[in-house]
Design a protein around this ligand. Structure first.
Ligand code: PGA
Ligand code: ZN
Length: 420
């Protein structure tokens, strides 16, 4: 049985020059795990608590030295020197120690850092790749495969330059092909979009998730650019690739109405659903994420009834990887897919429990990065291990995004060479 020999943490930077926590867990066997935690900016208001120092004299209040101190102090004090039966046992101890419903004592970031680092160490001790260890934790006995990537090519909303209301304009290569082909498709379309934006004189700096943050005026302009990028890459829409959107509707809901530049007047829920239906008729969207705001539950059920059979209706801010929200959404038939963000739930065990809950409803599972990321590739292994349908790691550009896609390439090679 494994025993934890050392557990410690320190502050590192994420991809937005904001501090985050990195945790190191070392077993008495010498096997170890190192993991770091991402952070969102278009966060759902019901996400588990992220612990920040709020000291205005350091990193604009965004430091995580308190989180570090919790790991090195209380948490190490309880876990170090003890036998570890399983990550479920460790996660339960963490939750008991924290003692709050929203994880506000230690912070979900602190708990996730410890949980992922110990999971990696246990996988190393078990002498299996992390994705296989996760499959075992998730009791996933199906053949493993690489989830289909959702490439976020154009960044708007809170991640972009300010013009576009919708947050993510996504290209989805045909899921029934090897990941190597999907990645090439994504990379070629990405390069062609860059050329198109340059020709149009729209600045092509990149946004938080590696997609371009262009100077386009309407959401429809951005969708047109994606279509042009697909055509210039000699890929067939609807066959080789499809389109998707993370609308992140919370960010443009004003006084209960949806306000976007494509329309001169604000729309109520029913009008916005009509708009989305027309948009879907025009662009044949494969994915509509957070198409309505996080509290518009009636609207979600109406949208799913209207479009759920032709497109995937994914809840992100609506569900915040929370079992109670997922339960409500299943009962109300509010979506057909869940976006899983590990730091919204807190521990590895809780994330797996939510995934099993989502799967029991027959919904699709999307494992997602955050807009503030590190080079940790835990979620790539996690996505393969739980058998996720889709993986959302941003554009095929920027190191912290590409690290995860490159990890998929390694796993694909391993799975091809030794599928068992
Ligand atoms: P976030 O954005 O990490 O800033 O929350 C990602 C998303 O909304 O999918
Ligand atoms: Zn989202």
């Amino acid at each position: 049985m494994a025993k934890l020999d050392r557990l410690y943490a320190h502050e590192i930077l994420d991809s937005r020059a904001t501090p985050t926590i990195e945790v190191v867990a070392i077993l008495d066997s010498g096997d170890y795990g190192v993991s770091s935690v991402p952070s969102g900016s278009s966060t759902g208001s019901h996400e588990a608590h992220e612990l920040r120092d709020n000291d205005p004299n350091r990193y604009l209040g965004r430091g995580v030295l308190n989180a570090v101190a919790h790991v090195n102090g209380d948490i190490a004090g309880v876990l170090v020197g003890k036998n570890i039966d399983s990550i479920a046992q460790v996660d339960q101890q963490l939750l008991t120690l924290d003692g709050t419903i929203d994880k506000s004592h230690f912070g979900a970031n602190t708990l996730l850092g410890v949980s992922m680092a110990v999971t990696k160490a246990l996988a190393a001790a078990a002498k299996v790749p992390l994705y296989r260890y996760v499959a075992h934790l998730a009791t996933n006995t199906q053949p493993l495969f690489i989830p289909a990537p959702l490439f976020n090519m154009i960044n708007g909303g809170k991640h972009g330059a300010g013009n576009l209301d919708f947050q993510e304009f996504i290209v989805i290569p045909n899921p029934h092909q090897p990941f190597t082909i999907s990645l090439e498709t994504g990379a070629v379309i990405y390069q062609n979009i860059k050329k198109i934006l340059s020709r149009r004189g729209a600045i092509h700096s990149v946004g938080d998730e590696g997609g371009f943050a262009p100077n386009l005026f309407t959401n429809l302009d951005a969708l047109e650019v994606l279509q042009e990028g697909i055509a210039e890459s000699n890929r067939k829409p609807g066959i080789d690739v499809e389109l998707g959107l993370d609308i992140a509707a919370n960010s443009f809901l004003k006084d209960g109405r949806y306000v976007i530049k494509d329309r001169s007047s604000p729309m109520d829920t029913a009008e916005f659903i009509d708009y989305l239906r027309d948009l879907n008729n025009q662009y044949h969207l494969r994915l509509l994420e957070d198409a309505l705001s996080e509290d518009d539950w009636r609207g979600w059920a109406a949208l799913t009834a209207e479009l759920g059979s032709v497109t995937t209706i994914a809840g992100d801010d609506l569900l915040v990887t929370n079992p109670e929200k997922v339960k409500k959404a299943i009962a109300e038939k509010a979506c057909t897919a869940a976006v899983i963000k590990l730091n919204e739930a807190g521990t590895v065990t809780e994330n797996i429990a939510v995934i099993n809950q989502v799967r029991s409803a027959g919904w699709k599972i999307i494992i997602s990065h955050r807009s503030g990321e590190t080079n940790d590739t835990f979620i790539a292994d996690f996505a393969v291990g739980v058998g996720a349908d889709y993986a959302k790691f941003g554009a095929p550009a920027r190191g912290e995004r590409v690290a995860k896609y490159n990890r998929f390439l390694s796993i694909e090679t391993e799975l091809t060479q030794s599928p068992k």
